[in-house]
Design a protein around this ligand. Structure first.
Ligand code: PLP
Length: 406
């Protein structure tokens, strides 16, 4: 048979968090090695449990959740999401402005597929959560990366952002709290980005899936609460992280701003929502309970909470390794440390991560997987228990003390 090839549509599409390194880790596991996985923001394997109310709700609704739902999602869940955003200061948002999806992931892809013409540009941060860059490319667009500044707690470089706006630019992606850096942007920054969007007629894609995972008293403002009727804002969030049920695939997208002017685009989104029929129905039933119930995430992020203690331990131990430095995460589940190029001569950060994996059986993600250009960063998740973080970072320090580079 002749060779069967993948579509050229995929030639610029990269999602290296689950790429060759994960395959190498699976191979080592198949050989009987135990791998300490610090690479994926999936709370369940680290002993985090979903709130009981979510489990009970899903189980109770299983008998009534056998059919397809409305393609935008069940009414009670969409009402709960729209009410939640009303209380958070987002104006003019109703039940019909909410779309439920199989995780935020599906909605990210849908929102870009419905919008972009070949060569249209979307401003995406670097470093980014790479699904954004991949989805822009898949939709035929071009992700143009604006820099976030490590020396400014990873806040976006607004001059760089504005300089990269061209006549082809359609929108700006803002990931806040940020994966991979843990940054939570100041209100001033958010307002400035909104002003830029207004001046240049751009759509804002606000990925706020970590909005409830905040440390040290930091607060988070939904970007759409700063926009007015002149800026179309698509806000993304869901149950995967704060409610610790990534596997249930429950996310949502809320549309605010000039919906009349965007009617044709929204029709396109409706078409794509109809084509995929609906999101996982049992999980949709948990959304109302999640948003309205006891917010158990607070027990994990406030003083004495597991997520906070793990973040602190990882920060302290990473910064104690010679040639490694990291800013502290204000939110989310990650640190994005720097490897000083004067100390470690790393030309290929993917190879560095593979070398660490093979030598120490510790799995990280390399910085370039997050569209960071230089081979001088990696991402680690702060989900493992303190004892596992101590073990992993102790072994990493030992490995680095012997690592000559590549
Ligand atoms: N957005 C960001 C910033 C993420 O980190 C993730 C998952 O890690 C997602 C979206 C996807 O989330 P979901 O499980 O809702 O598809």
């Amino acid at each position: 048979m002749a060779e069967i090839k993948q579509s050229s549509k995929l030639h610029n599409v990269l999602y290296d968090i689950r790429g060759p390194i994960l395959e190498a880790a699976h191979q080592l596991e198949a050989e009987g090695h135990k791998i300490l996985k610090l690479n994926i923001g999936n709370p369940a394997p680290f002993g985090f449990e979903a709130p009981d109310a979510i489990l009970v709700d899903m189980i109770r609704h299983l008998p009534h959740a056998q059919g397809y739902s409305d393609s935008r999602g069940i009414f009670s869940a969409r009402t709960a999401v729209s009410q939640y955003y009303q209380t958070r200061g987002i104006q003019n948002i109703g039940v019909d402005d909410i779309y439920l999806g199989n995780g935020v992931s599906e909605l990210i892809t849908m929102s870009l597929m419905a919008l972009l013409e070949q060569g249209d540009e979307i401003l995406v941060p670097t470093p980014d959560y790479p699904l954004w860059t991949a989805s822009v490319s898949l939709a035929g667009g071009r992700a143009v990366h604006y820099t976030c500044l490590e020396e400014a707690d990873w806040e976006p470089d607004l001059e760089d952002l504005e300089a990269k706006i061209t006549p082809r630019t359609k929108g700006i992606v803002v990931i806040n709290p940020n994966n991979p850096t843990g940054a939570v942007y100041s209100d001033t920054t958010l307002r400035r980005i909104v002003a830029l969007a207004e001046r240049h007629g751009l759509i804002i894609f606000a990925d706020e899936i970590y909005e409830k995972i905040l440390y040290d008293g930091v607060t988070h403002t939904n970007m759409a609460s700063f926009t007015n009727e002149d800026v179309l804002c698509l806000t993304f969030s869901g149950l995967s992280k704060a409610y610790r049920v990534c596997g249930y695939r429950a996310g949502w997208m809320a549309i605010s701003g000039p919906k009349k002017a965007a009617a044709d685009y929204l029709e396109g989104i409706n078409l794509l929502a109809n084509m995929r029929l609906c999101a996982n129905v049992p999980a949709q039933h948990a959304i109302q309970t999640a948003l309205g119930g006891y917010q158990s995430i607070n027990d994990l992020i406030l003083p004495g909470g597991r997520l906070l203690e793990q973040r602190n331990k990882a920060y302290e131990m990473l910064n104690a390794i010679p040639g490694v430095s990291t800013t502290q995460a204000k939110g989310a589940l990650y640190l994005f440390p720097r490897l000083d190029p004067e100390v470690y001569r790393i030309r290929d950060d993917e190879k560095f991560v593979l070398d660490l994996l093979r030598d120490q059986k510790i799995l990280l993600s390399h910085g370039r997987a997050f569209n960071w250009l230089a081979p001088d960063h990696f991402r680690m998740v702060t989900l493992p228990a303190v004892a596992d973080i101590e073990e992993a970072l102790g072994r990493m320090a030992d490995f680095l003390s012997r690592y000559a580079g590549n």
